[in-house]
Design a protein around this ligand. Structure first.
Ligand SMILES: [Zn+2]
Length: 355
């Protein structure tokens, strides 16, 4: 099998779009047919038993063999294997971008990317992208935010990873705020401030900030209304790390960036004297009801308007987390300082320290 056009995959192009583009550029009008011919070619040439291979991997492996070069892995699995609400069902497009260099940009598949950040043209046909609601559980990032994220990372070699992580961070922030509002709305957060809290974290100034900066930012925002920053950091830690029912657990999100948030909360658990004290106290508990004898006053500090129900949730969250050792290693500290702007440099820096 010979292909005349052998162009390289772009940084901001998904592998399956690349395969389709190679097919089209080589005269195939039916992409399924093209995929089938390269798969047949691969199966014919390869001695591997293809049953053992992930089917989605074969077109890429076939192209590598045809072109005798490596085609780097990308983040397309995050599109293929998770159709969460950050993705639109069909790809949008910018005609002007296509005229300049004709390939599908991966971010044209993001629901919240509604206008080309270069040309300002709408990406989706009218009507598809205008159903976002900010107040409830938001489906779309607010206007311009996703476009700004793409612009922020457009020159990065790891643009796919950086953009998707950044989008996810905004959703995780939103989940944290929603959980805190849910559990503490009866404890002195005025109803109308809940919405401004939610809107305040959709802030383009947060682009590029690490999970630790974001968590601190949320704690600060809440402390404007009630409670101290330290109190809110503790509550975020409990919500983020807790997973049992009837605790402060955050519900319903599953993101690649969650590890960043978890690590920072883990770090807080190991460095906050009051949390360490109470976890030490309850570390041997087997049953939830033992928690009833424990007072959480030290953790709650002078937060006076706490309801019995919320106090019970806090106790149960502490109970759920009692087994976690406060482990704050050198490696973790360096990860907390991780700056997403240049992951490669940070990675190499860490490597040098450990080698
Ligand atoms: Zn454009």
């Amino acid at each position: 099998m010979k292909l005349i056009y052998r162009g390289r995959k772009k940084n901001d192009e998904f592998i399956f779009d690349y395969v389709a583009r190679i097919g089209r550029s080589n005269g195939y009008t039916n992409i399924k047919k093209f995929e089938k011919s390269i798969i047949d070619y691969f199966e014919h040439e390869s001695e591997v038993i293809n049953n053992d291979l992930n089917k989605n991997a074969i077109p890429r492996l076939a192209m590598e063999r045809l072109f005798s070069r490596n085609i780097e892995l990308d983040e397309s699995h995050r599109y293929m294997h998770s159709r969460r609400y950050i993705w639109s069902k069909v790809s949008g497009k910018c005609e002007k971008c296509l005229r300049e260099v004709s390939y599908t940009r991966f971010y044209w598949r993001l629901n919240s990317y509604r206008y080309c950040h270069v040309h300002g043209d709408p990406i989706f046909p009218e009507g598809i992208a205008e159903n976002g609601v900010i107040n409830t559980i938001p489906k779309l990032l607010p206007k311009d935010l996703c476009e700004s994220i793409v612009k922020f990372y457009e020159d990065s070699d790891s643009i796919q990873n950086s953009v998707l992580n950044e989008v996810e961070r905004f959703y995780v922030d939103q989940s944290i705020v929603s959980s805190l509002v849910f559990y503490f709305s009866s404890c002195g957060i005025p109803e109308q401030s809940a919405n401004s809290l939610r809107e305040a974290i959709w802030n383009a100034k947060l682009i590029g900030l690490s999970a630790s900066d974001r968590i601190q930012n949320i704690a600060k925002l809440f402390s404007y209304y009630t409670g101290t920053e330290v109190f809110w950091l503790r509550m975020i830690t409990l919500t983020e790390r807790s997973y049992l029912k009837h605790t402060l657990a955050i519900k319903g999100h599953w993101f690649s960036v969650e590890g960043e948030y978890w690590r920072y909360c883990h770090f807080l658990m190991g460095t906050d004297i009051k949390l360490v004290e109470i976890f030490t106290k309850v570390s041997g508990f087997r049953e939830r009801k033992e928690m009833e004898s424990v007072t959480v006053a030290g953790v709650i500090e002078n937060f006076s308007s706490i309801t019995d129900e919320t106090e019970k949730n806090i106790k149960m969250a502490i109970f759920a987390l009692r087994g976690i050792k406060s482990w704050v290693s050198e490696c973790q500290k360096s990860e907390d300082l991780f700056k997403k702007k240049n992951p490669h440099q940070v990675y190499m820096g860490n490597l040098n320290r450990f080698v």
